[in-house]
Design a protein around this ligand. Structure first.
Ligand code: CP
Length: 310
């Protein structure tokens, strides 16, 4: 079977495919730290960031990644585009495609939107987060960050905590971590736990002390109130009491457990600053750094697979 032209999801990727991306990203991480760039690789290629939802980390790091590899990078501002005149998602993408765009990075609030576009355009489409479905490059950067500290994902206990129901990050991480042999626990209130999620080979917990017991990695998630129907969580204060991570709660995990958060954080809700900013335990800044390396690896890999001439 030919290698996929797009990156739409982690689900369906094989262990060798994931490992190859992580290995290439590790090489880019070292290159980035050395201050060297590789501006020839994507010379003559055009990358368009098409974000229908807000973003700081993902959009900026795709821009940086594209520029470090020599691509022409366009950040399309959806808020000032013809989308506001009623142009559809597909017409917007087909229009950009007609300008010989090579790489189209798409974030959209509808699950499946990037997959729909991938059927309509010649460009390689990269899912930068679609609704509650997947956020594949986030899971890759999370895995790279963990691997740098623990050497492997095999056998690690990873507790993903908080608003699982609305989290595309949780879904992509579940697929990736279980594919590479980690044990995944989901910890959160029943109202924020999707009904059939245990079918994905994870363990479910509704109490932090039990869910965090002997965990190697504690991954906190943002409470996504913008996607939430009213009444799922009584109040931010109550959520913090039962599901927030502070130094005391982290004490239920392994003594050397590491803390992650994809961002943006709601400090004082799902995570306290004392934990988020603890350099001995928190990997949050490194996750952001690895985001650039992972996105360079993805752009590199997909550009090499592209049949477009430049
Ligand atoms: N983790 C993440 O997707 O962050 P942004 O929304 O800032 O891109």
């Amino acid at each position: 079977m030919p290698a996929p032209r797009h990156l739409l999801a982690i689900q369906g990727l094989s262990p060798p495919e994931i490992t190859a991306l992580l290995d290439l990203a590790e090489a880019y991480a070292l290159l980035n730290r050395s201050g060297k760039t590789q501006r020839d690789l994507l010379r003559g290629r055009t990358l368009i960031n098409l974000f229908f939802e807000d973003s700081t980390r993902t959009r900026t790091s795709f821009e940086l990644a594209g520029k470090r590899l020599g691509a022409d990078v366009i950040n399309m501002s959806v808020s000032t585009s013809s989308v506001n005149k009623g142009e559809t998602l597909i017409d917007t993408a087909v229009t950009l495609n007609a300008m010989n765009c090579d790489l189209l990075v798409v974030r959209h609030n509808q699950s499946g939107a990037p997959a729909l576009l991938a059927r309509k355009v010649d460009a390689a489409v990269i899912n930068a987060g679609d609704g509650t479905h997947e956020h594949p490059t986030q899971a890759l950067l999370d895995a790279l960050t963990i691997r740098r500290h623990r050497g492997t994902l095999e056998g690690l206990v990873v507790a993903i905590c908080g608003d699982i129901a609305h989290s595309r990050v949780a879904r992509s991480n579940i697929y990736l971590l279980t594919t590479l042999g980690a044990r995944v626990r989901l910890v959160g209130p029943p109202t924020l736990m999707p009904a059939a999620i245990s079918e994905l080979g994870v363990e479910i917990f509704h109490e932090m002390p039990l869910g965090l017991k002997d965990a190697d990695i504690v991954m906190m998630l943002r409470l996504q109130r913008e996607r939430m129907a009213a009444g799922l969580v009584p109040s931010a204060r109550e959520f913090r009491h039962f599901y927030g991570l502070d130094a005391q709660t982290l004490g239920f995990a392994k003594p050397d457990a590491l803390v992650m958060h994809p961002g943006p954080m709601n400090r004082g809700v799902e995570i306290d600053s004392a934990v988020a900013d603890d350099p001995a335990r928190s990997l949050i800044a490194e996750q952001v750094e690895m985001g650039v390396a992972v996105r360079m690896a993805v752009l590199d890999t997909l550009a090499r697979r592209s049949t477009r001439n430049v």
